[in-house]
Write a protein that binds this ligand. Sequence first.
Ligand code: HEC
Length: 177
Amino acid sequence: MREQKKSTMLQRLKLGLTGLAMTALAACGGGSETADSGTSEITLPVSLNEVMVALINDAADPIWAAMWNNPQTDRDWRQLERLAYQIEIGGSLLVFPGTGPLDEAWTSNPRWRELASQLSQDGARAVNAVRSRNFDLMQRAGDQLIETCETCHREFKPDLPTMDMFGELPQLPPVSL
Ligand code: HEC
């Protein structure tokens, strides 16, 4: 009798926990649904400026350096391949708004999306060049990459550089795009 009571308690407890877990799941699901109804289905947890500095620029620097110092070892080449992938991924991320003050404006601009996709393609091209260990192709991919960075900066980068990416984002006036 007592044993039975104990087991029903346990059962109830288990049921209660399952219920809780379900509620938590439902809450999570509800949250992402709300995000889905926005302009974009995905929102990045960081600003696009941070994507730029921490991912894209960080990957691009050694790629250009490699154009002067031909990679020596297999390890160098593999590292270079990963960096090229980071450019490809970085470009694809630029179409999703993050926490930056101008992110929404940028990502909803078709020209921005075009340049972001160009950056991603440049990354893919660099991946192929590195994979084929073709120095000439790599150089061409690198040149194309610089061109894409510069074009987008000319068209979109605010006059005030925001190098201090871990500090406050500057209060920029909304740009007319
Ligand atoms: C689709 C447009 C776009 C492309 C492509 C792009 N950038 Fe940017 N980049 C920006 C914008 C806009 C900012 C300014 C962000 C801000 O101030 O919030 C920026 C900022 C930066 C910064 C931060 C420093 C500063 O002066 O604000 C660096 C570094 C940078 N970009 C490097 C690169 C490199 C390297 C590439 C190419 C491999 C590249 N970017 C490609 C749009 C782009």
